[in-house]
Design a protein around this ligand. Structure first.
Ligand code: NAD
Length: 368
């Protein structure tokens, strides 16, 4: 069997498989790896490093034509679909972009999308969502500091005292907890909202305050994820956020519900109530945003409040992000190649297309 690695589209700064993992794969699993020339350029990794790790360097066309498994982060739009059987492995987010799946219908292609892996202990070492959320949560706070024109920590100086920044985090999942930890390390005062009760303990253990809204719905079958809340709950929550936001200088938005539009938590009236110079980083931008005024992929200023809509912050920490992704992809690939079970739960959950057939009812959950 042969693995193929091709360059990502121009907007992507991360790489999903680094020389270290190529070496492990070629040595431990005796699998051939073919790499498109120049793959590592963006991260300063030379072709020689891939070669020394055991890969063969080839043209893109040859890699695509001669590989059994193609690994990428984003879609490979020039994949030959009418030739021999392909297995594609990536993070294709087809829940939100079901059209991405349609082109594989009735083709000789099987697609695994790692964003669909269950969040279980067994899948932890392959969990690309956690890896990227962690890095993005950290970067969100650093980004906020660069837009914020006051200090994060308290300064006691001969010229007087500067107050610490107040940070409000919406959604205390993987990204939110990392944002809390980062903001605390910088000396900010932090409070956080989440609909999951269990998040409270984690928030408090990081030294932040957990703001609870009574009456949240949780579902045992949601795999640890949040579920959509009632209108009544969301109204109460928006009201409480509106109250707290007057005090906040920074808001980090991470609240999401898998396969659904992100909950709208920050209304325009709440932004109107914010202090001049405040900063909102909306990491749920691509899923519609937690903040009413967010524009995905844009940084805007409204009423002297900066609103950054960015769901791809891990791309701005590309070396670390690639390191984690490469380990996640390696663990998945190893699992896939060594799997002998017909109905393996991890493989079933992550398989979106099975030899040209869409396997997930999830894909009807359209958000486009
Ligand atoms: P996510 O990105 O889907 O959502 C981010 C957070 O937003 C979640 O904590 C969610 O509860 C919260 N949220 C949703 N609606 C909200 C609202 N109206 N107000 C405030 N917050 C809201 O979630 P995630 O970070 O990917 O993690 C989801 C769950 O999976 C968590 O329970 C996490 O601990 C768990 N997890 C488990 C493992 C594992 O065991 N292997 C790994 C990673 C994550």
């Amino acid at each position: 069997k042969k693995i193929g690695l091709v360059k990502e589209p121009a907007f992507e700064t991360r790489i999903c498989f680094l020389p270290k993992e190529v070496k492990q794969l070629t040595q431990l699993l005796e699998i051939g790896v073919q790499v498109e020339k120049g793959l590592g350029e963006g991260l300063g990794i030379s072709d020689t490093e891939y070669k020394e790790a055991g890969a063969s360097l080839q043209s893109r066309e040859d890699v695509l034509n001669n590989s059994d498994y193609i690994l990428s982060i984003n879609e490979v739009t020039d994949l030959m679909l009418d030739g021999k059987q392909n297995v594609l492995i990536g993070i294709f987010n087809m829940l939100f972009y079901p059209k991405r799946a349609e082109k594989y219908l009735d083709k000789n292609t099987t697609v695994y999308s790692l964003d669909l892996l269950p969040r279980t202990t067994l899948a932890q070492s392959m969990d690309v969502l956690s890896s990227m959320a962690s890095i993005a949560g950290y970067k969100a706070v650093l980004k906020a500091t660069s837009h914020y024109n006051s200090s994060f920590p308290m300064f006691t100086t001969a010229a007087g005292t500067l107050n610490p920044a107040k940070v409000l985090v919406l959604g205390a999942g993987v990204a939110g907890l990392q944002a809390i930890a980062t903001a605390k390390r910088l000396g900010a005062i932090v409070e956080a909202f989440d609909v999951r009760k269990s998040a409270g303990e984690e928030v408090r253990s990081l030294g932040a305050k957990f703001v609870e809204v009574e009456g949240a719905e949780e579902a045992k079958d949601a795999g640890g994820y949040a579920v959509t809340q009632s209108e009544e709950y969301l109204k109460k929550q928006k009201e409480l956020i509106h109250e707290r936001i007057r005090n906040a200088n920074i808001v980090i938005c991470t609240a999401n519900i898998p396969g659904k539009k992100a909950p709208l938590l920050l209304e325009k009236r709440s932004i109107d109530a914010m202090k001049s110079g405040s900063v909102i980083i909306d990491m749920a931008a691509e899923q519609g945003g937690n903040c009413e005024m967010t524009q995905a992929g844009e940084t805007i200023t409204y009423n002297n409040v900066t609103i950054v809509g960015n769901s791809h912050l891990s791309r701005e920490v590309s070396q670390s992000a690639s390191q984690l992704l490469s380990t996640n992809y390696y663990n998945f690939l190893k699992y896939l190649v060594q799997s002998t079970k017909e109905d393996d739960v991890l493989l079933e959950k992550s398989k979106v297309i099975d030899n040209g057939t869409i396997t997930k009812p999830l894909l009807t959950n359209k958000f486009e």
